[in-house]
Design a protein around this ligand. Structure first.
Ligand code: DON
Length: 338
């Protein structure tokens, strides 16, 4: 054996030893397994009440996990852009709770689940616009109307800024999605007017609906959403940029509303099965927060009848279960006196 050959053999041996010494991270294993398991799943259907969403490729599928110390584990269509839709409601709420305080959210919007679909007018009628929550459209448009700023431009600048701080990068609006929804959002306009009639809207209804529609059209990829979720998992500090985006005191309040209303009227089923506060959007994204551990996001456009991405729900459930991430799941202590 000549010298070059012996060196090559030695190198191959040490590489294989190193590979054996460092087994793959359990998060990587869980992400890869969940991605593979649901890769060929064909259930669900893109949202089509916003025409531009019906045209998104239903095969796109990506998973991203970002830990509270900034490690990233991803698989699939991680760079594919899509509209954030209702997931924006989390960060617009964060802006309002930071500026106006927890009591203002409780008194002026409400935090209880409505038990109705996200764009229900019956829910408004039931409580005369009160006792909404920031994640159903009436409460969300009211939340947008409460964002700090005397003009629509000022409010929009704050909304975009908090999304960018949570994602850790500059974001833009998908103008095609924005225009498509703006041309077909008569129901949201009616919701805003009705909320105004009950004294539960805090800015011009037309402008509030327009800003809300724009925030729903913010363009993200699944990695952005995982960083945003990780920011909440990390007490409000973005683990990649180090910026404190939301005060730690407000994070549990935001997570509480995600837990009770983040997946529309299936939120109870979600919490029962997964245990992580989450938020979904009709664009096909879902993010979820494992407090103190990681943020996870999955993108896959086909939705179930409630409006939640089919693959995203299943993939997050599997990853969370594999990593024992349910914050309510605690091992019983041994040996304590009764
Ligand atoms: O207002 C709408 O209908 C959409 N822009 C967002 C809906 C969505 O993602 C689910 N809402 N909770």
């Amino acid at each position: 054996m000549n010298l070059a050959r012996s060196l090559a053999v030695l190198l191959a041996l040490s590489l294989s030893l190193a590979a054996r010494a460092a087994p793959p991270d359990p998060i990587e294993v869980a992400v890869d397994a969940a991605w593979e398991k649901y890769r060929t799943l064909q259930e669900g259907k893109n949202a089509d009440y916003i025409p531009a969403l019906a045209r998104v490729d239903p095969k796109l599928y990506g998973i991203s996990v970002v830990t509270v110390d900034g490690k990233v584990f991803e698989k699939g269509d991680v760079a594919a852009r899509f509209s954030i839709q209702s997931i924006s409601k989390v960060f617009t709420l964060a802006s309002v709770i930071e500026h106006s305080g927890a009591k203002a959210v409780l008194d002026k919007i409400g935090v209880d689940a409505t038990g109705q679909v996200f764009n229900s007018i019956v829910a408004i009628e039931q409580h005369k616009g009160a006792e909404m929550n920031p994640f159903v459209n009436p409460g969300a448009i009211a939340t947008t109307s409460l964002v700090e700023g005397a003009t629509g431009e000022e409010k929009w600048a704050r909304i975009l800024a908090i999304h960018e701080e949570a994602a850790g990068r500059k974001l833009t609006v998908d103008e095609t999605v924005y225009r498509s929804e703006a041309a077909t959002n008569g129901r949201n306009q009616a919701i805003a007017k009705l909320m105004q009639a009950y004294g539960r809207l805090y800015f011009d209804p037309g402008e509030s609906t327009d800003i809300y529609t724009r925030q729903c059209a913010i363009s993200v990829n699944v990695h952005d959403l995982a960083v945003m979720a990780a920011t909440l998992a990390n007490g409000g500090r973005n683990p990649v940029t180090g910026k404190q985006v939301v005060s730690s005191a407000n994070v549990p309040r935001i997570l509480a509303i995600m837990a009770t209303a983040g997946l529309y009227d299936d939120s109870g089923i979600w919490l029962y099965q997964v245990g992580l506060p989450g938020k979904s959007g009709v664009g096909g994204g879902i993010l979820a927060v494992a407090p103190g551990r990681f943020g996870i996001a999955v993108f896959s456009p086909p939705l179930d009848a409630t409006g939640n991405s089919v693959r995203a729900q299943r993939a997050i459930r599997d990853v969370s279960s594999a990593l024992d991430a349910n914050p309510y799941s605690v091992k019983a202590r041994k040996g304590q006196a009764p």
